[in-house]
Structures are given as structure tokens and as C-alpha cells.
Design a protein around this ligand. Structure first.
Ligand code: OGA
Ligand code: MN
Length: 281
């Protein structure tokens, strides 16, 4: 097995490894180490059954069952389907996983540690659908000292419902939330500078998708600072953009990376499976 950095970025490619066959402890711990210290890892040309995808994911921690129940894979609820396929009039998956910068489940009290997305069918590169990732370790490190000092004790509110409302207002395909789901999704707040739960290293923990308000600031102060941080953290020098091929598995650490889905030409099928690692309690 080899772990090599992808050009000028915080993402790494793991080669000479077959996830479908059991990865030994030594290699696994090298993967885990790079994962939490760097943020994004790519494995190409993998042939994974649903079970192999789930088993590998579980080695990083217990898995979440996504709240979008209707898009869970039948027989394997640990997998949520991202897809634009429609069968018998029914959408097989989430067509667009969030075309805004976000960190998965940051709106939960206990946000996700990481996600593993496996591509079964993707559009050709010129038809869109790539995924940009931004390193929130790097974004934090690049702040000047006075900004680090200012952010040190601030917390921000993250809300799924407010994001949902914004998307619904723009006419995007959004499934209705029922009362049960609303109850599972109270507004939560997290420190803006959030030490990584495993490495302890500081990362910026705000994202355009779900972070709505900084506590203790006026609405306009809060929005101005959030906008500044959103723009800062997604600058090109902190970003790796992945162009998908079928057979790619990418795992990203949600505590130190934000990512975004991109537009793709709906004439092509895009079909992927995602598992989600729960954050440590
Ligand atoms: C996700 C996600 C981006 C994409 O699965 O959490 O945001 O490009 N996916 O599909
Ligand atoms: Mn996501």
C-alpha cells in the first residue's frame, strides 16, 4: 500500500490497496492517521459490495443512519443513495447532496466524523458533478493572530431547517420534513474554532450551508463575520477538487474539511453510495 499526496493539496491517494479484501491493522492505522490529520483520501478502481463498503466504514467508528429515510438502500440502511435515477416514478436517491459548502451533519449536536462516498456511475468530466473539498485546518492556520483571538471564544448556530427553507424557497427538490424529523433537528451551536475530536488540532468549523448565526453578535455583525470566514475558508489554495470516475471511493473528515456538490448535466446518470461515520459522543 502507498499513500501519496495529490498535487499541491491536503488530499491523499491510496494506491495498491483493495478495500474489498481485509486491510491489515498496520495499513488500516496508516490510513486512519492520514485521514484525521489531512482530511481527504482517495481510493481508485475499487469494486465494493454494499457490505464491504459498510464493513470498511465501520472500522472508523459507528455509522449513522441518514435522516432521509426514503433514500436509504434497501437492506443496508447504513448506505444513503445519491442519485438522479428514477425507477417506476420513484427517485432512487438524493439528486443533489447540497450545492453549497457544508460539513455533513454539522447541524447535529454530535456532528459526523467522516463520510465515505463510493461512485458507481458518474457523468463524464465535461458534464460536471465534481466535488470540491476545502481544508479547514489550513483555513484556520492561515488566519492572522488577531482573528484567531477574536474567534477563540465564539460559537455559531447551525440549522438544517433554515437551510431546507432557503432551498425550498429557491424551488429546489426537497423532501418534506415531518414533525419527527424536526424534533430530531433542533438548532445546535458549535465553537467556531473547534479542536478536532481525535487529533485535537484546531479547525475552523463554520460552513455556508448550515451555519446561520454567531451567538452574542448582532444579526449584521454576525453575517459580516460569517461571510468573511466563508470566503476565507474556501479560497483556491485550501481546495482540492475531485473529478470522479466510477470505482472511486473518497473519504473525507467532516471535522476538518468542508465540501460541496456541483451542478451536473441531468442527461447523465450520477449514482453513488454514502456511509456516514458518527462523531465521538
Ligand atoms: C455528500 C455530498 C457531494 C457530491 O455525499 O455528502 O455532499 O458531489 N456529496 O455528491
Ligand atoms: Mn455532503
Amino acid at each position: 500500500m502507498n499513500i501519496t499526496p495529490l498535487a499541491e493539496s491536503f488530499a491523499f491517494e491510496v494506491t495498491e490497496v483493495d478495500i474489498a479484501s481485509e486491510i491489515n491493522e498496520k495499513d488500516f492505522s496508516a490510513i486512519q492517521n492520514t485521514f484525521h490529520n489531512c482530511g481527504v483520501m482517495l481510493f481508485r478502481d475499487q469494486q465494493l459490495s454494499e457490505k464491504q463498503h459498510i464493513d470498511f466504514s465501520r472500522r472508523f467508528g459507528p455509522l449513522e443512519i441518514h435522516i432521509a429515510r426514503q433514500y436509504l438502500l434497501e437492506g443496508h440502511p447504513e448506505i444513503v443513495v445519491l442519485s438522479n435515477k428514477v425507477e417506476n416514478g420513484k427517485a432512487l436517491g438524493i439528486e443533489d447532496a447540497g450545492r453549497f459548502w457544508h460539513s455533513d451533519l454539522s447541524y447535529m449536536h454530535n456532528p459526523s466524523l467522516g463520510s465515505l462516498l463510493y461512485a458507481l456511475q458518474v457523468p463524464p468530466p465535461e458534464a460536471g458533478g465534481n466535488t470540491p473539498y476545502a481544508s479547514m485546518y489550513a483555513a484556520y492556520d492561515a488566519l492572522d493572530d488577531s482573528m484567531k483571538e477574536r474567534l477563540k471564544s465564539l460559537r455559531a448556530v447551525h440549522s438544517y431547517e433554515q437551510r431546507w427553507q432557503k432551498d425550498a424557497n429557491r424551488g429546489m427538490q426537497r423532501t418534506q420534513l415531518d414533525d419527527n424529523e424536526r424534533e430530531m433537528l433542533p438548532e445546535v451551536s458549535h465553537p467556531i474554532v473547534r479542536p478536532h475530536p481525535i487529533t485535537g488540532r484546531n479547525a475552523l468549523y463554520i460552513n455556508e450551508g448550515f451555519t446561520v448565526q454567531i451567538e452574542g453578535l448582532t444579526e449584521s455583525e454576525s453575517q459580516a463575520l460569517l461571510d468573511e470566514l466563508f470566503a476565507h475558508s474556501t479560497q483556491q489554495q485550501f481546495v482540492y477538487t475531485h473529478n470522479w470516475r466510477a470505482g472511486d471511493l473518497i473519504m473525507w473528515d467532516n471535522a476538518c474539511v468542508v465540501h460541496s456538490a456541483s451542478w451536473y448535466d441531468p442527461a447523465y446518470t450520477r449514482h453513488l453510495h454514502r456511509t456516514t461515520i458518527a462523531g465521538p459522543a
